[in-house]
Design a protein around this ligand. Structure first.
Ligand code: ADP
Ligand code: TZP
Ligand code: MG
Length: 281
């Protein structure tokens, strides 16, 4: 694998922000009932279009309609045992990139089973907090990634972003796509390059759906850009919008509103100029 140059990646990020605003791409989702509305609003704020579905035939249908598809395992229903594999398979067969957020991996058996099953139709982007990324690497048998972890605490991380570094690189090399690990400072990798991105706000942990909507927005950018560019553009937009919203809000409630406003104001040039640090994986 050859490493993409920083300047080229920044150019692609700016292009992704612009193209999404110009083309309003459809990024359908199978996502959880807690944060569905916030995911859709964040997708719309960036310039994308949202459509949430539950049923297997709907999932197969949207895999053909969307530029990319989002699968978030946050709240499972029995029907998802069929819906999730049907969607991932249809995406693979149709060459539609899809994004996995393995929310709450470790809770119950269905999440575990689904993550193991979709390994055969690898997602273009895996987005999660550090503990979720470590857990996915373990479930996919990417043994290079084995680290000491307590596993996720419900839907929250119990591990540092740094602890998920090896797991993130191993997953990206396995999928051939990108992995975005979120936390106080984010880590995004395509398996050859690691990019660290700072910004955002601790208030993002006080609004449920910050992580889920980041996955939804990465899916919007994946409609117009390669997985690494898409993951990095979404992560950067979140860091910029989160920091700006925190500077003018009164608490979690007004933060969420200000955050959506700020997300809608991100311009291509500032996404490309964001403070990012690059290193070889
Ligand atoms: N302490 C923090 N400071 C700044 N940004 C944060 C902090 N914690 C999380 N974020 C941001 O919040 C968003 C969601 O990340 P995270 O809370 O790790 O996801 P999840 O909700 O899936 O656990 C990301 O954009 C991340 O950069
Ligand atoms: C609280 C909760 N419970 C099941 S899904 C979910 C939302 C998690 O959202 P995020 O991972 O973005 O914090
Ligand atoms: Mg999450």
């Amino acid at each position: 694998m050859t490493q993409i140059a920083e300047a080229e990646l920044r150019t692609r990020m700016a292009r992704a922000v612009r193209e999404v605003r110009e083309t309003n791409p459809l990024a359908p989702s199978i996502t959880n009932t807690v944060t569905q509305n916030f995911v859709a609003n964040a997708q719309l704020a960036t310039g994308g279009s949202a459509a949430m579905v539950y049923l297997p035939d709907e999932a197969e249908c949207v895999a053909g309609l969307g530029g990319a598809v989002y699968i978030n395992l946050g709240t499972l229903l029995p029907v998802y045992a069929e819906t999730v594999p049907a969607c991932a398979r249809a995406c693979a067969e149709g060459d539609t990139p899809w994004v996995l957020d393995p929310v709450g991996v470790g809770i119950g058996s269905l999440r575990t089973r689904l993550i193991q099953e979709v390994r055969q139709w690898p997602p273009a982007i895996v987005r999660g907090n550090a503990s979720e990324i470590i857990a996915v690497a373990e479930l996919w048998g990417l043994n290079a990634a084995r680290v000491d972890t307590q596993g996720p605490r419900g839907v929250d991380a119990a591990d540092s972003v740094e602890a998920a570094r090896t797991a993130a690189v191993a997953i990206a090399r396995f999928t051939g796509g990108a992995v975005a690990v979120s936390g106080p400072a984010d880590l995004v990798t395509d398996g050859t390059v690691i990019v660290r991105a700072e910004g955002g706000s601790p208030l993002m942990c006080s609004v449920t759906g910050s992580g889920c909507s980041l996955g939804g927005v990465a899916t919007v950018y994946a409609c117009v850009a390669d997985p690494f560019t898409a993951a990095l553009t979404a992560t950067t937009a979140y860091n910029l919008a989160g920091a700006r919203a925190a500077a003018r809000c009164e608490g979690p409630g007004s933060f969420a509103v200000a955050f959506l406003d700020e997300l809608s104001h991100i311009i291509p040039e500032e996404a490309a100029d964001a403070p990012l640090t690059f290193e070889a994986a």
